[in-house]
Design a protein around this ligand. Structure first.
Ligand code: NAD
Length: 478
């Protein structure tokens, strides 16, 4: 179903994110017929070039970042016709009057701030001064949304000067994943799970976002951030909220976001003994974190594992273990809900028995698996075994799965539709920083140093111990 007619201005339209994600995503939506005929996409950046040159750049980006099976010359040509370019300086006066002339009245206007956050204020201000944005316009802002509570508050304040909260779309692409929305469908669309979704039946929850890539050329930038700021404060926290929140009374933006916010506010402060930080060592495939960061005195972590407790009626006593890092064994993101054992085994002691686990895979191969116990087939008596009930979305949806939008595509279309459900609200972001800040400050005060781990491993030994000491174990990173 096509969305309403729109003008989408991408500030930073020549940058890495625009080339790799935003424009290839828009192309795919165009190809699948979701874009109205009159839609306009306007790239805006400092580079002095015209629309023809910009279209070439985007054509090349589509070739590079869209798989061949989705590329056909007719769609690409049609898509490029929607695109124009304007030279603009976020901090200067040039280009703004031209942008005003280019954008239309009476269509949805969205402005994607795909630039450094230090420019957000300049862009917001000029969109108003030049009367380009109106009260119906939307702005999309990228991570990082601040580096601590104070800077996040300052960013929120600067945007609030010119835009209402209902116009601000803070992107966390994890929320655009099909599985993440399916998590809500599974939780709240079935009667089966929700009665068990509490500390009486759930032993613990594991949330893992493992990457194989190193910091690479982004080393100097990453060194000012680290895994806690780059991954936990936003992506992992958002997943935690969705898995732990109370049922909202309706699937509407504020109803959902109110419930997420309550989870963040219920998080206990974390003991330093419940956190393991790591940084990768060199191996034959690449240099160490220290070398890549270019900072021999670095105390930044490229890996973090932590145990988090939620102080509320539902979750008291059920820990949530978070883990994320770079240069790990495999690229995988999943949430695993590990259920308790039945209160009594009528089958006597059965060695190696493992309980029910609901695993929600975000990547690769989005899908869900529920591990259940059955009888081992055959005449061997009442011996139990576990089998997975597997729901891979690709299998379930068949050929249609190929056309499932990726996270960015879906989220940009949600902006045009005016649906904020999958975007972070300002108070959520601030609450997440308010929880993260004391942890980071404590490391700094203590001069905490990350532990080494082998590239291609599952992280530092101490991360394994974090669960072992509770009589639990991490799921394998594979
Ligand atoms: P980039 O450096 O590749 O591109 C920056 C863009 O901003 C360029 O188009 C540049 O011309 C433009 N720009 C810079 N200064 C400007 C000015 N004064 N006026 C107008 N335009 C100006 O950056 P990127 O990697 O595309 O990232 C953009 C934003 O998205 C950043 O905030 C980044 O943190 C965030 N982000 C990027 C990624 C990613 O994968 N690249 C992922 C998540 C978030």
């Amino acid at each position: 179903i096509p969305v309403e007619d729109f003008d989408l201005v991408i500030f930073g339209g020549t940058g890495d994110l625009a080339r790799r994600k935003i424009l290839p995503g828009l192309y795919r939506r165009y190809r699948s017929g979701q874009m109205p005929e009159g839609a306009r996409i306007i790239g805006a950046a400092r580079q002095d070039q015209d629309s023809a040159v910009y279209r070439k750049l985007i054509g090349a980006a589509i070739k590079e970042f869209v798989p061949e099976k989705y590329r056909d010359s007719k769609s690409i040509a049609g898509f490029l016709e929607l695109i124009s370019y304007i030279v603009i300086d976020a901090q200067g006066a040039g280009g703004w009057s031209d942008l005003k002339k280019l954008t239309r009245k009476d269509v949805v206007k969205a402005f994607y701030f795909s630039v450094a956050p230090s420019l957000f204020g300049d862009l917001a201000e000029r969109l108003h001064t030049y009367k380009i944005a109106d009260s119906q316009s939307r702005i999309v802002v990228e991570k990082p949304f601040g580096r601590d509570l104070a800077s996040a508050k300052a960013l929120n304040a600067v945007l609030a000067e010119h835009f209402d909260e209902s116009q601000i779309y803070r992107i966390d692409h994890y929320l655009g994943k099909e599985t993440v929305q399916n998590l809500m469908a599974v939780r709240f669309g079935n009667i089966l799970f929700e009665p068990l979704w509490n500390s009486q039946y759930v032993d613990h929850i594991q949330i893992t976002a493992a990457e194989t890539v190193a910091v690479g050329s982004r080393g100097a930038y990453y060194d000012k951030s680290g895994a806690m700021r780059d991954m936990v404060q936003n992506h992992l926290m958002q997943l935690l909220c969705l898995i732990a929140m109370e049922p909202p009374n309706e699937f509407e933006p504020d109803a959902v976001r109110d419930e997420k916010l309550k989870v963040i506010r219920a998080l206990d402060p974390v003991n330093s003994s419940d956190i393991v930080r790591g940084r990768y060592e060199a191996n034959k495939d690449g240099p160490s974190y220290l070398e890549e960061s270019g900072n021999p005195d670095s105390s930044t972590e490229s890996f973090i594992a932590m145990k988090v407790n939620i102080s509320n009626w539902r979750w008291k006593g059920t820990p949530i273990y978070l883990r994320t890092g770079k240069r790990l064994r495999a690229r995988t993101s999943e949430i695993a809900v590990v259920f308790k054992d039945p209160p009594h085994s009528i089958f006597g002691k059965q060695e190696g028995r493992r309980g029910n686990v609901l695993a929600i895979r975000l990547q690769p191969n989005e899908g869900m698996t529920l591990r259940v116990t059955i009888k081992e087939p055959g005449p061997g008596g009442m011996r139990l075994m576990e089998v997975p009930l597997d729901m891979s979305f690709a299998d379930a949806l068949g050929a249609d799965a190929e056309d499932t939008p990726d996270a960015y595509e879906r989220l940009i279309m949600d902006v045009i539709r005016g649906n904020q459900t999958l975007f972070m609200r300002g108070d959520e972001v601030e609450a997440a920083w308010a929880w993260t800040d004391p942890i980071i400050n404590e490391w700094q005060e203590r001069g905490d140093m990350p532990k080494s781990y082998d590239s291609g491993s599952s992280g530092p030994e101490d991360a394994l111990m974090l669960l072992h000491k509770d009589g639990r174990r991490w799921r394998e990173i594979k």
